[in-house]
Design a protein. Structure first.
Lengths: 429, 169
């Protein structure tokens, strides 16, 4: 059988440090040329087929929406709003990071963007108020991580399009775990900062809350437009993303008036290149996935896993472990595109809902993303704070612990994810 | 390789890159505009822009395959660099870079050859709404991958030739 060699080649290339897209394409090409003896044009054909997709256009559009808003003065206002809510309590600023991470997550599609936006303001702010630098860096990395879970989420788009699950339902599913994780990080900040004597700033007043809410009202409307628009059947997810971008331009130019015309080319170019990185992996993964499906590998894996895992909980725990490890090494969208088509058939065999499975997957990958030694989000924070990843990681241990507890809670109580999709879900694309 | 020749090539390539850079920005803006205009058209003027989706998809294909070439410059294609960061600066690290480089040549070569065949085959078809020969769309692959090849070669040469900063000094 030729498939072990195919997998061995793939993992060897990845381990050597060959780009993921190349590794997917090369191992597939090896099989196509030498074993299946099919024409090599298949590689290009499948790559084209993957990119020729209107649905994936949601990826750059969501990136643009996030970029336009963070440059248009939205970040600052969301942080102010978060500050009015939790700033006055113990560990106030650390909690502000978690809460504004949730807010910003609702307009941005990735955790790296959320981390960068929040970090740019909060890191200096926290240092000024006497928080130590390692702790600050850890809090920002942890707080930004919910950006990928709370909708919109680029990785959920990738999952939804790849396996054919409603993006609207996935987005709704992301709210529960995102909020759970954000709030539990607030709790950890409260306890740690209480011990270290980092108090709150200012006094709590409903008047402040109301005023800063009004000020950030336009930004907070974004998720309502996106989710409401998709659910109301008004537009497709891609169109929702486009509307959100134009809306971002509108409030950046006309409401908050902080967006500058000369920033636009750079912001657009950045979205283009970040999209290209993901799309090129998706393209190469398409041919890889075709080979797997052709050889009925997912079915074989499903048969094998169902024979060793006695019930769905054992399977989910095994999945969690696998995804956490993957998440520390590979970017969440890349991991999703490789793993989802293989593992979803197994999950379906266990009677697991594909929406639940997708959101749980992204929760795992997001935690992996802030876990050393590799955790990609850590690099973002490390680059800004100039603190080594190891030192940030040490400060993050309590946050990682609580996030793992959250993960277990979400695994065993699917309602946390499924509550909203079940309540509102009508299965719109 | 002759260093001044290398520098000359880099200059030409920079011009190509800049063109692609601005074309991508315009293409992305246009896709955004079309998609948004389509929504507005549908609800406000109860008329959809029929070609909106097709044009966006065609542009998206071009943007991705040309963009894939540009991001090679900063080694932008995501990889797991646990091993290479450990071996950085050592002789074994250089060997690893060479292996990774060769893998890149193989992959880009396969995409290029496949892309040429594909573009020629597809030339006899036209797109669904606009009626453009599909070959024009598929040419994104061979053109994108040939620019990828050039950038990849330059990166590969840099394994053996010191950086530009190095030879100015």
């Amino acid at each position: 059988m030729e498939y072990p060699a195919f997998f061995a080649l793939f993992f060897m290339l990845i381990a050597l440090g060959v780009p993921i897209a190349y590794s997917l394409g090369l191992s597939s090409a090896y099989l196509i040329i030498f074993k299946l003896q099919l024409p090599i044009v298949l590689v290009a054909q499948h790559m084209y087929g993957a990119v020729d997709s209107f649905s994936f256009l949601a990826i750059p559009f969501f990136m643009l929406a996030g970029a336009f808003m963070s440059y248009g003065g939205v970040t600052k206002r969301l942080i102010n709003f978060a500050f009015s809510l939790v700033g006055p309590f113990k560990g106030g600023l650390a909690q502000v990071v978690a809460v504004s991470g949730m807010f910003f997550g609702a307009i941005s599609g990735s955790s790296a963007a959320t981390t960068a936006a929040i970090g740019a303001i909060m890191i200096d702010e926290m240092e000024d108020k006497g928080y130590d630098r390692e702790f600050t860096a850890g809090v920002v990395a942890a707080g930004g991580m919910v950006g990928i879970i709370i909708p919109p989420s680029i990785t959920l788009v990738v999952y939804g399009v790849t396996v054919g699950v409603s993006i609207g339902d996935l987005f709704l599913g992301g709210f529960g775990p995102g909020i759970l994780m954000g709030l539990s990080m607030c709790l950890v900040s409260y306890v740690i900062c209480g011990k270290k004597g980092w108090g709150g700033e200012g006094t709590f007043s409903l008047k402040n809350v109301f005023r800063s809410f009004l000020d950030s009202f336009w930004a907070l409307l974004t998720p309502v437009i996106i989710i409401g628009g998709i659910y109301g059947g008004i537009f497709t997810p891609t169109e929702a993303a486009a509307v959100a971008s134009v809306y971002g331009l509108f409030i950046g130019f006309f409401v908050y008036k902080e967006l500058k015309l000369k920033d636009l080319p750079n912001l657009i170019a950045k979205a283009v290149y970040s999209t290209t990185v993901i799309m090129f992996i998706i393209a190469a993964a398409k041919i890889f996935g075709w080979i797997l499906t052709n050889a009925e590998i997912p079915q074989q894996i499903a048969a094998y896993v169902t024979s060793i895992a006695p019930n769905k909980y054992v399977f989910l725990l095994l999945m969690n472990a696998l995804l956490l490890v993957l998440g520390t090494m590979i970017n969440p969208s890349a991991a999703t595109i490789i793993i989802a088509p293989i593992m979803l058939p197994v999950a379906l065999k266990f009677g697991i809902d594909p929406v639940f499975f997708g959101v749980l997957m992204i929760v795992n990958l997001a935690i992996g993303n802030i876990t050393p030694p590799v955790g990609l989000d850590l690099f973002v924070v490390s680059a800004v704070t100039k603190i080594s990843i190891n030192r940030i990681a040490r400060a993050m241990v309590p946050y990682l612990m609580i996030l793992l507890v959250d993960l277990l809670i979400v695994t065993f109580f699917p309602q946390i994810i499924m509550f909203l999709p079940n309540l509102l879900g009508i299965g719109t694309g | 390789m002759n260093k001044s020749l290398l520098r000359f090539m880099t200059k030409i390539l920079d011009m190509v890159d800049k063109t692609i850079h601005w074309l991508s920005i315009f293409a992305m803006s246009f896709m955004l505009f079309l998609t948004f205009a389509n929504v507005i058209g549908r609800y406000v003027f109860s008329h959809s822009i029929i070609f909106s989706e097709e044009v966006s998809r065609i542009l998206f294909v071009w943007v991705v395959f040309l963009g894939a070439a540009i991001i090679i410059k900063d080694n932008g294609h995501v990889s797991v660099d646990l091993l290479s960061s450990k071996l950085k600066g050592k002789a074994s690290g250089k060997v690893l870079d060479i292996i990774i480089g060769i893998a890149g040549f193989l992959f880009i070569g396969i995409v290029f050859i496949g892309g040429i065949v594909l573009a020629n085959t597809m030339n006899m078809y036209s797109s669904a709404t606009l009626g453009i020969p599909m070959g024009y769309v598929y040419w994104a692959i061979p053109i994108g991958s040939s620019i990828m090849f050039i950038h990849h070669s330059l990166n590969f040469i840099k394994i053996f030739v010191p950086d530009e900063e190095g030879d100015k000094a």
